[in-house]
Design a protein around this ligand. Structure first.
Ligand code: NAG
Ligand code: NAG
Length: 366
């Protein structure tokens, strides 16, 4: 006991001697997350909404084996990125535990069901739309400033990594939600995509104005190939042509917008992650990634387990790692791990203009 006390005070002295050097080089990088259910880690648990993942079997493979609000059997994309950063998993912004030193790790502002547009996901009632997520980011910065002072707070935000994943719901839970939806009567698909990109650019600009300087922006996955769409729109197991067309229009225009924004800002602030290519790889060739299927969801009911919600009453597969999709819309933990591997080390075709390992490497030297 006594010797371990001596030993630990010796370490404290050593750390004090290294002083500012060690805090500057070893201070972990903060991480902020914005977007929809692909990245929500529990904010919706605190809201009166139907878009929630807080009951079993969600979380069955999470370390606690309990549901957390993540739309996954285990970890989700932000969790695997936190692991790469070497930091604790983020808390949802609405968690009462997000206080004191925990604020320094960052926060997850995402909310399942939301889209770029305010009218996306209205059927889920009380969800945190993009403009509110950004308002919450401002409020977070005020709390951080109260904790560490204005200068350190600004530095922490400037040096942080940011992830934003939004846009899929603007198709699935808006334009294509019902036949003859208001938006589909208002816009042709190409014009709707242009409108989304125009509105998205404003959100990214606001993120920049709030201090974000390294932002991963994911495109949409192969919207037409998720088990829900196979169940609702496909007769022969082929991906929905309309939704695939939407994704094919949207993703390249997103990259173009990001390029324009970066050149306007004079720096590679925004990094486009082409999650469609990443997904397509395992949708077209599930076996190459160790999946037995990318059509059937692990949890659900009806054709492809693609109808309705994943609940205790649903079919549940026994080996989750064999399934690319956990439920009718969301990747399994294993698929999330593969997506983050691609974000880390993918080529220019999937990570534009560079991958996350290059970013982490560059930023650690500046
Ligand atoms: C969403 O609503 C907010 C608050 O009313 C507004 O500031 C914002 O411009 C709206 N966004 C869109 C895309 O209409
Ligand atoms: C991405 O990451 C890998 C592994 O860290 C690296 O070798 C590669 O050159 C990086 N960049 C591109 C554009 O592929």
């Amino acid at each position: 006991m006594a010797s371990s006390l001596v030993f630990s005070s010796w370490i404290i002295l050593m750390v004090m001697a290294l002083g500012t050097f060690s805090t500057q080089t070893e201070a972990a990088r903060a991480f902020f997350v914005f977007g929809d259910s692909l990245v929500d880690n529990g904010n919706n648990n605190y809201l009166a909404t139907t878009a929630r993942a807080d009951s079993p079997p969600y979380g069955v493979d999470f370390p606690t084996h309990r549901p957390t609000g993540r739309f996954s059997n285990g970890l989700n994309i932000p969790d695997f990125i936190s692991q790469q950063l070497g930091t604790d998993l983020l808390l949802p912004y609405l968690s009462p535990q997000l206080t004191g030193q925990r604020l320094l790790v960052g926060a997850n502002f995402a909310s399942a069901g939301i889209g770029i547009l305010n009218d996306t996901g209205v059927q889920f009632i009380n969800i945190i739309r993009m403009f509110s997520q950004l308002d919450n980011f401002e409020q977070y910065q005020r709390r951080l400033t109260a904790l560490v002072g204005a200068q350190r707070a600004k530095q922490l935000v400037n040096q942080a990594l940011v992830l934003i994943t939004v846009g899929g719901n603007d198709f699935v839970n808006n334009y294509y939600l019902v036949p003859f939806s208001a938006r589909s009567r208002q816009f042709s698909l190409p014009n709707y995509v242009k409108y989304l990109i125009f509105e998205y650019e404003k959100l990214l600009q606001r993120l920049y104005d709030l201090g974000a300087r390294r932002v991963l922006v994911t495109g949409t996955g192969p919207l037409g190939c998720v088990p829900a769409e196979l169940a609702m729109r496909s007769t022969n197991g082929q991906c929905s042509v309309e939704l695939q067309r939407a994704a094919a229009l949207y993703n390249p225009q997103l990259v173009q917008m990001i390029q324009n924004l970066n050149s306007k800002l004079g720096s590679d602030i925004f990094i486009a992650a082409n999650t469609q290519i990443m997904h397509n790889d395992f949708v077209n060739n599930p076996q190459a990634f160790g999946f037995s299927t990318s059509k059937v969801a692990c949890c659900g009911q009806g054709p492809y387990n693609g109808l309705g919600l994943c609940t205790v009453a649903s079919n549940l597969c026994s080996n989750r790692d064999q399934y690319a999709f956990w439920d009718a819309f969301h990747p399994s933990e294993k698929a999330n791990r593969i997506i983050v591997q691609q974000i880390m080390s993918g080529t220019n075709a999937v990570m534009y203009p560079m991958n996350l390992s290059t970013i982490l490497d560059m930023d650690s030297r500046t």
